[in-house]
Design a protein around this ligand. Sequence first.
Ligand SMILES: [Zn+2]
Length: 275
Amino acid sequence: MKYDIKKIRAIPILDIANRLGLEFNGKNKTRCMRPERHRNGDADSSLSYDSKRNVLHCFACGLDLDGVELVKQVQGNNFREACQFICDNFNITIFPQSKLKPQPKSTTISLQDKKRAVNFHKALVTNFDDLKSRGKIPRCWTLKVVKDLQVGFDLSEDCITYLHFNEKCEPVNIRWHKKKSITGHGGTIFYPVQALYSTYSKNRLLILAEGEKDVVTLQSMGFQAITCTNGAYSIPKDISPLSGFKIIIIIYDHDKAGEDGALKFAQRLSEDFQK
Ligand SMILES: [Zn+2]
C-alpha cells in the first residue's frame, strides 16, 4: 500500500492529537512523552502546538513531532501503521502499490557532463594555491582529498563543484556550491556515499555535516564525514549505508534549519537502528 504523505501531513496535528486522546491546556500545550530528558525530570505540559509548521514541539527536550511521528510516539506504531491510522481516521485514500509511478533512480550523468566534471576538477587542481590565496576555497583543504573526491571549480561561474557518486562510484550529479544540480539528477543521497562502502571504517567516528564543503574540510582534517546532498532537512530514502557505524555525530549549522534538521536526522537514526 502507498500512503499519500502530502495529504497526511496536511491534516491539522491538533485533530490527530484529539483522536489519540491527548489533553491540551488552554495554551495549546500537552505533556511531552519524554520528561526524563527534561531538566529535573520536569513533567509539566511542555509540548507546544506550532501552527506554522503543523507540529508539536517540546522546548525542554527538543522533541519535534509531525502527525505521523505523534501517532508513532503515542501508540508505539511504526511509520506504516501510523500512516494507516491517520488515513483511516481522516478518510485519506490509500493506493495499491502497483498504481505508483516508479521512483526515479539516480542515473549516471551524460558523457558530456562527465567531461565537464573532469575539466572542473582539473581547474581546481591546477589553480589550487591561487584559489586558496584568493579565499575561493578553504585554506585547510588538501589536494589529496580534493583528488579523492574529484572536487572541481567552475571558473566561468566562480564556483566550487562537487561530483556526486553512487555506491558503485559512478558519477550521478554535479552540484555547483549552493547553486544548482544537473537537471533530473538532484535527488538526495549521501555524499560521498562511495566512501561509506569502501574507505570509511565503521569503528571510527563518522560526522554528518550540513554540506559538501564541510565534508571536504573535515576529510582534509582527517575525519570521516558525510552529508545529505539537499541541505539540513534532507535525508536519503535509504540510510542503510550508515548501519554499523559505532558513533555518528551530527554537526549542522547553529540556526533553525540546522537544529531542526539535526533533530530530524537523529530521530530517523534511532528509529532505523536502535531496535
Ligand atoms: Zn520534552
